[in-house]
Design a protein around this ligand. Structure first.
Ligand SMILES: Cc1ncc(COP(=O)(O)O)c(C=O)c1O
Length: 488
C-alpha cells in the first residue's frame, strides 16, 4: 500500500525490520535512491520527522538519523520551522543509470560491465565545504597564496604560441626533473626524470596502473583497513581484491602470501598507512619486495602524505630499495599544496615508461601546462621545500592540540592510534559505540569526521573515527573536539 504523508507521497518506503540493515539506514538508502532516480523531484518537500515516523511506525530518532545523513551529504536542505526540501548535490547531477534500477528497459544494459563497475558507489560522497576533521585537508589558511599566484602569473606571461598547442603526455620536462630531484633527496626514490609521469591525482595513477597491469579476475592485495579510492580503482578494472590485514608493523606480508601468492599487484601506503597511521617495518618491506620479485608481481607504493613525519626524519620509500624494477611510486601535490590543484606523479620502472606514456596520451592527453610550469618554478625557486617545512611545524602543533584535546575531553571514549606522521589520526571508539551513529550525529554539527568501519573489506571491522587535523587551526580543533565529546 502506498504510504501518504503530509508533503510528497512516499510509496517506496516499506521498511523491513527483518532485513538486517538498521531501519534508519534502510530509510536513508531508499530516500537517497529515490532522489537520485528522480522519483523524488528536487525542491519537493518531505513530511516532518514526526509525521513520517508515525506513518512508518518507527521512532522519530530513526527518521532523524536518516534525514541528518541526507542533509550532511547534500541530498536534503533542512530549515528550522520550514521542514526538509529535496536537493540534488553537484556530485550526483550526472545522469545515473544503475544496473539495478534502469530508467528505460532495454534488452542489453545501458552500461558496459566496466561502466557498471565504475559507477558503483564505492566512494562515499564528500562534503565540499571545509570541516574541522576533514581528513587530508591541507592548512589552506597558511598557504603562500602570494608566491603561488606570482608563479602562475609569471608562467602565464611566458607562455608562447608553441606551448599553447599541446604538451607532452608524460608531463612538462622541467617539472619531471624537479620532481625526480626532490624525490631523490627527500624520499630516497631512485629514478631518472624520464620515469616520472605527471598526472592529475593519485586516483589517476591508481586507475592507470590498474588498467595497464591487471587483467580481469587477477588478484590484488589491499591493506585491511585500506583506502577506498584504491579499492574503487582495482575493482572497476575487474581485479579480484584480497584484503590483507595491517598490524603495528604494517601490512602482514605473510598473510598476503598465504591468501593470494599469485596476486599481480600489492597496493601499500608504507610511510603512513591509510587509515591506521602505522609505518611498514623494514623486514616487511624487504619481504614484500622479495614476494614481488619472485611472483613477478607489482608493488604500488602510495606515498600520499609521507613528508609529514613529526618525531623523526621521513622513512625512505620502498621504491629506493627495489632492485628488480617491480615498484611503481605514486605521490601527489594535491595534499601538500591544495586539493583542487590536481597535480600528482607516478614513477614507473624503466620497462613501463613507454607503455604508460602512450596510455596517458590515449586516455587524457596531459595535465594543464600552465599549472605544471608554475609548479616547476615553485619547486626550482625553493618555495615548495620551504612550504613543506612550514607545514610540518604547523601540522605537528595541530596534531598535538588534537591529541591533547582528545585526552582531556573524551578520555577513554575515543582512543587515538598511531600519530607520528600524516594529516589525520584514526581513533578507536569504546566498546558498544558505533561509528555510524557518531558520524551521523557529528555530521549535523558539520564536524567532518569519517567512519573507520567501511574501510574494512572483510568481515572483521573496528569502530572508529578518522579525524583530520591539518586543515583546522588549533582553536578550531579544540572547539571541534569539545563538540565531539558532547556527542559521545
Ligand atoms: C591513501 C591516499 N592516497 C591518495 C589520496 C588522494 O590523492 P589525490 O587527491 O591526489 O587522488 C588520499 C586522499 O585522501 C589518500 O588518503
Amino acid at each position: 500500500m502506498p504510504k501518504r504523508a503530509a508533503g510528497v507521497s512516499l510509496p517506496f518506503l516499506a521498511l523491513d525490520s527483518g532485513e538486517g540493515a538498521p531501519l534508519h539506514h534502510q530509510l536513508y538508502e531508499r530516500l537517497r535512491e529515490s532522489i537520485l532516480s528522480g522519483a523524488l523531484a528536487p525542491r519537493s518537500r518531505l513530511p516532518s520527522t514526526r509525521t513520517l515516523s508515525r506513518e512508518l511506525g518507527v521512532s522519530r530518532g530513526t527518521v532523524e538519523g536518516a534525514f541528518a545523513q541526507l542533509d550532511a551529504e547534500g541530498f536534503l536542505e533542512r530549515r528550522v520551522g520550514s521542514g526538509s526540501v529535496v536537493a540534488l548535490p553537484e556530485h550526483a547531477r550526472l545522469p545515473r543509470t544503475s544496473p539495478s534500477a534502469p530508467r528505460h528497459r532495454e534488452s542489453r544494459p545501458v552500461l558496459s560491465r566496466r561502466g557498471q563497475r565504475l559507477s558503483r558507489d564505492v566512494l562515499p560522497p564528500e562534503p565540499r565545504d571545509v570541516r574541522p576533521f576533514t581528513p587530508c585537508l591541507p592548512a589552506l589558511d597558511l598557504f603562500p597564496t602570494r608566491l603561488w599566484s606570482r608563479a602562475v602569473a609569471r608562467q602565464a606571461r611566458l607562455l608562447g604560441p608553441e606551448s599553447m598547442t599541446a604538451g607532452e603526455p608524460a608531463g612538462f620536462r622541467p617539472l619531471r626533473e624537479a620532481i625526480a630531484a626532490h624525490l631523490g633527496t627527500a624520499r630516497g626514490v631512485r629514478c631518472e626524470w624520464r620515469q616520472v609521469l605527471v598526472l592529475s591525482s593519485t586516483q589517476q595513477a591508481l586507475d592507470l596502473s590498474a588498467r595497464m597491469l591487471l587483467d580481469e579476475g587477477e588478484g590484488v592485495w589491499l591493506e585491511e583497513p585500506g583506502y577506498l579510492g584504491a579499492r574503487a580503482a582495482f575493482e572497476s578494472a575487474g581485479a579480484r581484491v584480497f584484503p590483507v590485514p595491517v598490524d603495528a608493523e604494517g601490512l602482514r606480508v605473510d598473510v598476503g602470501v598465504s591468501r593470494a601468492a599469485k596476486a599481480r599487484l600489492a597496493y601499500v601506503t608504507p610511510s603512513h598507512q591509510y587509515p591506521l597511521g602505522v609505518t611498514l617495518s623494514l623486514p616487511r618491506r624487504l619481504a614484500l619486495l622479495e614476494w614481488a620479485r619472485s611472483a613477478r608481481a607489482w608493488v604500488l607504493e602510495d606515498d600520499y602524505d609521507s613528508e609529514f613525519r613529526y618525531a623523526t626524519r621521513p622513512l625512505a620509500a620502498i621504491q629506493g630499495l627495489d632492485v628488480a624494477g617491480r615498484v611503481l611510486y605514486a605521490g601527489t601535490f594535491n595534499k601538500v599544496m591544495f586539493p583542487s590543484l590536481r597535480l600528482a606523479f607516478l614513477v614507473v620502472p624503466d620497462a613501463l615508461v613507454e607503455a604508460f606514456t602512450a596510455a596517458r596520451a590515449a586516455t587524457d592527453g596531459h595535465a594543464p601546462l600552465l599549472h605544471q610550469a608554475a609548479m616547476a618554478h615553485f619547486m626550482e625557486a625553493g618555495h615548495y621545500v620551504a612550504h613543506l617545512r612550514q607545514m610540518r611545524l604547523a601540522y605537528a602543533e595541530r596534531r598535538d592540540v588534537l591529541l591533547d584535546a582528545l585526552r582531556r575531553e573524551v578520555d577513554g571514549g575515543l582512543v587515538p592510534g598511531a600519530a607520528e606522521a600524516g594529516m589525520h589520526v584514526t581513533a578507536f571508539l569504546a566498546r558498544g559505540l558505533r561509528d555510524l551513529d557518531i558520524v551521523q550525529r557529528a555530521d549535523t554539527k558539520r564536524l567532518g569526521a569519517r567512519r573507520l568501519s567501511p574501510l574494512y573489506l572483510g568481515r572483521r571491522e573496528e569502530q572508529g573515527l578518522v579525524l583530520g587535523f591539518s586543515g583546522t587551526s588549533p582553536a578550531g580543533l579544540r572547539d571541534a573536539v569539545r563538540a565531539l565529546a558532547r556527542l559521545l
